[in-house]
Ligand binder design. Structure first.
Ligand code: NZQ
Ligand code: ZN
Length: 393
């Protein structure tokens, strides 16, 4: 078991109509001028944006708006946001949207608090000295950015998608109203459910001794997400289901479910990130398409862990052979993905058959051009990564 520091400083305001408190929450943080950052239009169409702006006005808080964040958010808009905030004297960043909008806000925050090109953080050339304060009104249960220490941005040229992690960017508050997720398209709900489970599974599949209490919580949350994810797809206005997955999404990625272990494996995420960087696919769908291939590739490093997953998540019987049982667990997970209409290979993901050149480019980018290996459950180099892309075809 590892020593650890658990740090989850985000104030969570959860429940119906919670966005009405957003003006007060910004004020509490000392905001004097707010950037309201949003995506491609869902927040406008639903009337949420108007309600958020009204809540700021009620507190006498001036604001400027910047929309247009796309899924897999772009560096070019981050630069635009930094310029706008400097010009307008903005001192608080409010994300109204999903992981993409929150991440774009966090990157703008880094740009405001550091006097160098913000991409140098994502390129791992510099470390941040701070981040302007960010708050979030979440509209999709998925990425967990509302409580995580992470932001993921895509550089427009070269389609490089990179993350940067530090506690500076943790949201000051997160407003979680499950009703805001009623309008999600079925596909986005399923992508979100997948991402939430994957954030837990990335932490669960590690090749060292873990804490029992952490394992038990992780298994319980995965089971709940399996159950309520289906329920939310069956009835998009099922408040309980929406609420359960929304809270699970935050807990999945705030550090709670890796306490006492290493920070996680994250190979599936790294392998997927190159796919969403290059092809613009939804992150959750990309994870579903890659996970089974990753799992089969690394199974032999510790089959007992996959067997435990099979017994405790899917109640599968023990045959006495952990490799057989582990494989059954992988198949059960893939069956679940199919049941929520998530892809389990790259063809189903819609990226078509990859050429060897594309596989090489994806793997090369994934190793940061030869500067790193990935994974903890089993350490993977470029040839391993290529093999997983090939298996996932
Ligand atoms: O842009 P709009 O019109 O709002 O539409 C969005 C978008 O098309 C739509 N949507 C969101 N809420 C909605 C809604 N549509 C109807 N009703 C609503 N209530 O859903 C689409 C996806 O939104 P996005 O923000 O991209 O989704 P998600 O939260 O899954 O974020 C994905 C991004 O987060 C990154 C991913 O790589 C990806 O770039 N991640 C960030 C992490 C972090 N910061 O900790 C961790 C994750 O592993 C992940 O990498
Ligand atoms: Zn993710």
């Amino acid at each position: 078991m590892n020593d650890f520091t658990y740090f989850a400083p985000t104030k969570v305001v959860f429940g119906k109509g919670a966005e009405g408190q957003v003006g007060k929450l910004c004020k509490e943080q000392g905001a004097t001028k707010v950037l309201v950052h949003f995506g491609g239009g869902s927040a406008k169409r639903s009337g949420l944006l108007d309600r958020v702006c009204a809540a700021l006005e009620e507190e006498g808080l001036p604001y400027v708006t910047l929309g247009g964040v796309v899924p897999n958010p772009r560096l070019s808009l981050v630069y635009e946001g930094i310029e706008l905030c400097r010009r307008e004297g903005v001192d608080f960043l409010l994300a109204v949207g999903g992981g993409s909008v929150i991440d774009s806000c966090k990157a703008i925050g880094y740009g405001l608090a550091n006097d160098f090109d913000v991409w140098e953080l994502f390129d791992k050339k510099r470390a941040a000295a701070g981040c302007a304060p960010v708050g979030a009104v979440l509209t999709i249960a998925a990425a967990g950015s509302e409580m995580s220490d992470s932001t993921v941005i895509t550089k427009d040229e070269g389609e490089l998608k990179r993350g940067y992690n530090s506690n500076y960017c943790r949201c000051k508050f997160a407003v979680l109203n499950p009703e805001l997720t009623y309008t999600l398209p079925e596909y986005q709900t399923a992508c979100g459910v997948t991402d939430i489970m994957m954030h837990i599974m990335e932490r669960y599949f590690v090749n060292v001794e873990t804490m029992t209490v952490t394992d038990t919580m992780a298994e319980a949350v995965i089971r709940d997400v399996l159950r309520y994810g289906k329920a939310a797809l069956e009835d998009p206005r099922d408040y309980r289901a929406r609420a359960e997955i929304m809270w699970a999404g935050s807990l999945a990625h705030n550090g709670l479910l890796c306490a006492g272990g290493p920070n996680g494996d994250w190979a599936s995420h790294q392998i997927e990130m190159e796919l969403s960087g290059m092809f613009g696919v939804a992150h959750g769908a990309g994870l579903a398409a890659i996970w089974g291939s990753w799992a089969r590739y690394v199974l032999d490093a510790k089959p007992q862990r996959f067997a435990q997953f099979a017994y405790r998540i899917f109640d599968l019987p023990q045959t006495g052979d952990p490799t057989v049982d582990g494989l059954r667990g992988i198949e059960a997970m893939e069956d679940y993905f199919r049941s929520i209409r998530m892809p389990v290979n790259l063809r189903e993901l819609g990226v078509g058959e990859l050429t060897e050149e594309q596989i090489d480019e994806l793997a090369e980018k994934c190793t940061y051009f030869g500067r790193r290996t990935i994974g903890q459950f089993k350490v993977l180099g470029k040839e391993d990564i290529k093999a997983i892309y090939r298996m996932a075809q």
